[in-house]
Structure formats: C-alpha cells, structure tokens
Design a protein around this ligand. Structure first.
Ligand code: ADP
Ligand code: MG
Length: 253
C-alpha cells in the first residue's frame, strides 16, 4: 500500500535523515553519469557521460528535444532511478551508495517532484492529497495541519482545500501537486515539463510560483522543458541535451 502510494505521488516515507547536509553549496553533482537501457540487441544510451554541478539556490532549465534524455537525468537526480555508470551526489551524498530505504528517505526529506501529469489521487480532497506525504511519514496531526496550510497558502489554493481534483482547473491541479511536493520542505525541487499540460497563461502562473519558491525559499530548482522562451524568462542557467549528452551548459541564450 505504502509503496503503491509512493509510486503514484513520488514522495514517500519521511524518516529523518541525520546526515543530509542542506548547507552544502552544491545541491546536485554528477560525474560521468550514464543510464543505459538494453533493448534487444541495441543499447540505448538515455544518459551518456553527464558531468555537471548545480549550486544550491540555482534555477536550472534542462532543455532538449523529445528523447534527448531529460527525464532520465531528472529521475536519476530524484533517486527514482539508479545509474548504469558514474556517480550522482545530492548535497554531496552519493546516491549510488544508498540502500533502497536510504534512497526513499532521501527523496522524502530532500527532494520535491512535480510532473506534467499532476498525479493527484482522485478520491481525495486537495487537503488530503497535500497531507499524504506527511501521513506516510507519521508526522503528528497538528504539525501536519500547519504544514499543509503553509504549502497550500504558498500556491494560493486556500479557498479550494475541500475540492477534489476533478473540481479543480488544470492550473489548480498543478498548483496542488506543487503544494504536495513542497509539504516536506525539500531543498531541491525537480519539475518534469510542469507546464506541459497547461495553456500559456496558466503555465506562466506556475512559472511565477516556481520563481517565488526559488527566490523566497532559496530552493534549488531543476526544470525540464522544451519551451526555450519560457526557460529564458525564468531560469538562471540552461543545460541543453541531445542523445543523452550535455550539448551546452551555460547562462541564457
Ligand atoms: P526526454 O525526457 O528528453 O524526452 P527520456 O529521458 O524519456 O527523454 O528518454 C531518453 C531515451 O531513453 C529515449 O530514447 C527513450 O526511448 C529511452 N528510454 C527512456 N526510458 C526507457 C526505458 N524505461 N526503457 C528503454 N528505453 C528508455
Ligand atoms: Mg521526458
């Protein structure tokens, strides 16, 4: 049950992780990181020898055409997937050396994730959806209520607490998913095409929220997109991928 829910919301068990250093200046670092898939006789190099370093507090856009390896890299950063080769560090802790339990704790403590599909549980209200990661972590009730209000307030959905996902607009559903990603107070927010299902105005509202979260909370953000103009408007740095490799890594343009 627990692992099923985790799979749905990609946030989970939140035991405390004493050794995670959130003060480390580098949020994410990869060294010759690869992820290969064997498809019959073909080896797909979904991520191919990626070395990069993302300082804490940065807002990074990961750009590239479909199939270039953006989601693969993001999932490795999240600890949802493991490298075939190379290493990946979050706050200088090597994810490859963690057990599955340690990785799960790492995800729940350090990482918030949002996807193009909002992945809200349809039978639950907005409030219950946002509360879920805290329940799984057995956070005490009063503290849960405080944190849910804080997260829902941040995405400006306080008037929608008792609505179910079907009673929310697309933009509101993505804001709810964002609140759920934030409720554990992660230090790193990973977003995979978070505006992909939204019209441009609603997408911009999500981007403004991401900017506020980055600037106001100092949260590191890595956002996958194939919308270059949006990346230019909001991100500090653009990393371009093609065929699993980093093609360019720099500021805007
Ligand atoms: P993007 O997010 O940039 O569209 P992906 O990271 O999803 O790209 O995929 C990169 C490459 O890896 C693609 O060629 C894709 O077909 C392949 N790939 C991704 N996931 C799997 C998988 N589970 N099994 C086999 N191949 C995969
Ligand atoms: Mg993708």
């Amino acid at each position: 049950m627990r692992s099923n829910i985790e799979r749905v919301i990609n946030s989970n068990d939140m035991g405390t992780l004493g050794t995670a250093s959130t003060s480390s200046r580098i949020a994410i670092r990869t060294e010759h990181l690869s992820r290969h898939y064997q498809m019959g006789s073909t080896l797909v190099r979904a991520a191919n020898d990626v070395t990069l370093s993302i300082p804490a507090g940065e807002f990074v856009a990961l750009l590239g055409s479909s199939g270039s390896g953006k989601s693969t890299l993001l999932n490795l950063m999240a600890g949802l997937d493991r490298p075939s080769e190379g290493a990946i560090f979050a706050h200088e802790r090597n994810l490859a050396e963690m057990s599955s339990d340690e990785l799960a704790k790492h995800r729940s403590h350090t990482i918030g994730i949002v996807f193009q599909a909002f992945n809200l549980l349809p039978r639950m209200t907005l409030e219950e959806n946002v509360e879920l990661p805290l329940r799984l972590a057995e956070v005490e009730r009063n503290e849960r209520m405080t944190r849910v209000r804080e997260a829902v307030d941040r995405v400006r959905l306080t008037t929608r607490l008792s609505h179910r996902p079907s009673e929310l607009s697309g933009g509101e559903q993505q804001r709810a998913a964002l609140a759920r990603a934030l409720v554990n107070r992660p230090t790193i927010l990973l977003a995979d095409e978070p505006t992909g299902n939204l019209d441009s105005k609603t997408g911009d509202e999500i981007m403004e929220l991401l900017r506020e979260i980055n600037e106001g909370l100092g949260m590191t953000i890595v956002m996958v997109t194939h919308e270059q103009p949006r990346a230019e408007r909001f991100a500090h740095r653009m990393i371009r991928m093609a065929d699993g490799k980093v093609m360019s890594d720099g500021g805007q343009g």
